[in-house]
Design a protein around this ligand. Structure first.
Ligand SMILES: *Cc1c(COP(=O)(O)O)cnc(C)c1O
Length: 367
């Protein structure tokens, strides 16, 4: 097979050969062998949060944002009012989704290098008793910041607010236990579980799903309708991404074998530490303070050298075997490097060497 570059991006990721191989078989979507896979995937996802008693997994075709849209549109009543604390692009996307869906919300802005403040959220709960929902991003992938979901979830329990968490880039690597009491948690196949992209899922309280009939704005994204259908038939209503689901089933099997969430976290923490230390040696500065940095994706300030241009840097690093990701800061030049995926023997060390060579190729000396 031709040597392809490693993906150091927040999804799609470089997946293991075992996961790739799981896609070599064709499955009939109405076949009982495939239904077994679907059942197993649904169950293992709920096992990851320890939620067998109260939660169900509803799988949804498409990118992660489709599942976010399905969760908000289906689980938040049309007359609800959401609070959206916002410290990045994925929080802004949730605001946009609410606007499209006609769900009222209050936006609470934070800086991109500042974690969401439980204190400010509590003040908003007290000032606006009409708030019904809190829509929260766990790891804000735009800068790589880790928001304090434990404290915020506790506030939601205390003030009886429904909590919906976008845990897309944290689920399965950072702890997101059912004991946090959220209504729903959203993630996808192509992030920390290290499957391939194409499937999202919502882990929702059964009691919340039961009450959600008729909320949805969209047939294809109606979580309730799909949930009911799964429970009756273990089938998707509409064509499922069969190969993606078979790959996810395999990826979850490998994840469990390797030690589950704690092991995945350890692997990403190791990648993250080596990455940051190696890049610092080359002169790069991470955008975030260490204690609020999620071990998922790291934003670095772009070099100040006049010869630096993201596109050229990207191509030069790619030539040495690695694909990095553009920055998503609103007001500063930056780039991002993911800590996830199957990075091969040389791991993040190999990436740092590739960056060093790319800098030499481009004659960049001032970092
Ligand atoms: C990746 C991601 C999403 C979903 O992105 P898609 O491009 O729609 O798959 C949503 N929220 C967060 C925090 C993410 O990291």
């Amino acid at each position: 097979m031709q040597k392809t570059p490693y993906l150091l991006t927040p999804g799609p990721l470089t997946v293991s050969m075992t996961t790739k191989r799981a896609m070599l078989q064709d499955w009939g979507s109405w076949d009982s062998d495939f239904h077994q896979i679907v059942g197993r995937v649904r169950k293992s996802l709920v096992d990851i949060i320890g939620g067998q008693a109260d939660y169900d997994a509803v799988l949804m075709q498409g990118c992660g944002s489709m599942s976010v849209e399905a969760a908000i549109g289906s689980l938040m009543p049309r007359d609800g009012l959401a609070l959206i604390p916002n410290n990045g692009a994925y929080c802004s996307r949730i605001e946009k989704i609410c606007t499209y869906l006609g769900r009222a919300y209050i936006s609470m802005p934070f800086a991109q290098d500042e974690i969401l403040s439980p204190k400010k959220i509590e003040k908003a709960f007290i000032a606006n008793p009409n708030i019904t929902h809190l829509l929260l991003v766990h790891c804000e992938t735009s800068a790589g910041i880790l928001n304090p979901i434990e404290q915020i979830a506790q506030l939601c329990q205390q003030y009886k607010k429904s909590l919906i968490i976008d845990a897309m880039s944290s689920f399965a690597a950072l702890p997101t236990p059912a004991t946090l009491g959220y209504d729903a948690l959203i993630a996808a196949s192509g992030k920390c579980l290290e499957g391939v992209p194409g499937l999202g899922f919502v882990l929702a309280k059964k009691s919340v799903l039961e009450k959600s009939k008729g909320n949805a704005h969209s047939l294809a994204l109606d979580l309730y309708d799909q949930w009911e259908y799964f429970n009756k038939t273990n089938q998707f209503r509409f064509t499922p991404p069969t190969h993606v689901i078979a790959a996810l089933d395999s990826a979850i099997g490998q994840f469990e074998q390797q030690g589950g969430q704690p092991a995945r976290l350890k692997k990403y923490q190791k990648n993250c530490t080596r990455l940051v230390n190696g890049m610092k040696k080359l002169g790069f500065k991470p955008f975030l303070a260490k204690k609020i940095q999620a071990p998922i994706i790291v934003t670095f300030h772009a070099p100040i050298d006049g010869k630096y241009e993201f596109r050229k840097f990207y191509e030069a690093v790619k030539k040495h075997g690695y694909i990095l990701y553009p920055g998503k800061l609103t007001d500063q030049e930056s780039f991002r490097v993911g800590c996830m995926g199957e990075l091969g023997k040389s791991g993040t060390g190999g990436f740092v060497r590739a960056v060093e060579r790319a800098l030499q190729d481009l004659g960049i000396t001032q970092i």
